[in-house]
Design a protein around this ligand. Structure first.
Ligand code: ZN
Length: 433
């Protein structure tokens, strides 16, 4: 969601408090605003797109048991003064139920803004609204056709850890909603012969990217990331020593250095080079903005890139970023949010253009990114190419596109004059590939 719309919603939307990252990473709840106005939101919480049911003694949905849930439940969570939900005690069950709604609604708001239109549910033929079930006694969570139902994490001993409800984990909820956005906007392959290997990787990558862009809407997350790195985002891998960063799954996923040669066909593993390559585009754009606004030098940007020309002198790069960042935290933040919004718009346009994804490959995703960037002005074509080249994402070996076509292939070799051209073309008809 753009910075401008985000601040406008603060005046008109409904307030909640949620944890930007799990409590054990050391975050306090932050106030967020969902787009639904207080006079339209209902107890539950609920609105015209989704609703929470605090089910009691519910078994997980399975093959023969799905929504709508009609069983035992706790009463809906009541709105507070003026219709907001930011009065709830973070240690209460009500807070957790409200968090699940607020997180999913907020992530949907963010992505509907990047898409520029309402995102209809892929299950709309059966259900009008998404059913959210926050706290079932289960050491797992699942998203399915028309529902999200969440349980708890597990302790080392294997028993359910009631201190870690998944519904309070922003990244997990956002990732699951990301799958829903892709089902809605991209769709699924329809050919039974399509092994959908890259489609599977793209789906997992999209779930993570939906979450990463959404989490970068928390002021505390952005501020901590910049304060910890001084804006030197390309060497965040080196900064894993900062315990807080390495505990965050989102940081680990976004700042990865996996290439295609490192991964197999399992979708989560295969998603890593794609997610990393796409996130690198955002970091490159961030650096270009810093250079353009006079906040770092071109030389520092060149040295700190992961691609060709990057320097190994990490200590010097770190020191130079520290100097540049001092006293300019707000300017760096502005640039990062602009880069975030560019990537959000780029991805929305990319996914839209991948609709009907039969035999989808990462190379198709690369070309869709280039097309999307051209729609947005075409300023980052070379950046996109080089980020994907570094990850080893290119055409599959043996692709027809890679085969040179000589004059013989085209039936043009022996042609000396326009007169013989006509004869040769007739003679070669039917032989062309
Ligand atoms: Zn997933």
């Amino acid at each position: 969601m753009s910075k401008k719309l985000d601040s406008a919603l603060k005046e008109t939307g409904t307030r909640f408090r949620i944890f930007p990252q799990p409590r054990y990473v050391g975050y306090d709840p932050e106030t967020i605003t969902v787009s639904v106005p207080p006079d339209q939101i209902q107890d539950g919480p609920a609105d015209d797109r989704m609703f929470v049911i605090d089910a009691v003694n519910k078994l997980p949905y399975g093959d023969f048991f799905g929504p709508p849930y009609t069983g035992k439940r706790n009463p809906p969570i009541q709105r507070g003064p003026q219709g907001h939900f930011d009065h709830l005690d973070p240690d209460s069950r009500e807070f957790k139920c409200a968090t699940m709604y607020a997180t999913v609604r907020r992530v949907l708001d963010i992505w509907e803004d990047y898409f520029g239109h309402r995102i209809e549910w892929h299950f709309e033929s059966d259900f009008a609204r998404l059913e959210l079930i926050p706290l079932i006694v289960w050491d797992n969570a699942q998203s399915g056709y028309g529902f999200l139902e969440f349980g708890y994490g597990r302790e080392d001993s294997g028993s359910i850890d009631f201190t870690r409800p998944y519904c309070e984990n922003f990244d997990v909820l956002a990732h699951e909603l990301g799958h829903g956005i892709i089902f809605s906007q991209v769709g699924v392959p329809v050919s039974p012969n399509d092994p959908a290997i890259d489609y599977g990787g793209m789906h997992e990558s999209a779930g993570d990217l939906v979450a990463i862009i959404a989490v970068l809407h928390f002021d505390t997350v952005v501020t901590r990331l910049l304060n910890n790195t001084c804006g030197n985002l390309f060497t965040v891998n080196e900064l894993a020593r900062v315990a807080e960063l390495s505990k965050s799954r989102q940081i680990r996923i976004a700042f990865n250095s996996w290439r295609m040669s490192d991964v197999g066909e399992e979708p989560h593993e295969r998603s890593l080079p794609l997610t990393g390559g796409i996130f690198d585009i955002m970091v490159e754009v961030f650096q270009k903005l810093l250079v353009g606004r006079g906040l770092i030098t071109q030389d520092l940007a060149d040295r700190s890139t992961t691609g060709p020309g990057g320097s190994q002198d990490l200590k010097r790069i770190d020191d130079d970023f520290k100097k540049a960042y001092k006293g300019h935290g707000d300017d760096f933040k502005d640039a990062l949010l602009d880069a975030r919004d560019y990537l959000g718009s780029l991805l929305a346009e990319t996914w839209r253009s991948l609709a009907r994804p039969n035999y989808l490959t990462y190379h198709d995703v690369l070309r869709a990114l280039l097309r999307a960037d051209r729609k947005l002005g075409g300023y980052h074509q070379e950046t996109i190419r080089s980020c994907f080249a570094w990850r080893g994402i290119s055409l599959l070996p043996g692709s027809i596109l890679l085969r040179p076509r000589s004059l013989q292939h085209c039936g043009l070799k022996s042609l000396e004059s326009p007169v013989t051209l006509g004869k040769a073309t007739q003679a070669n008809n039917g032989r062309r590939g």
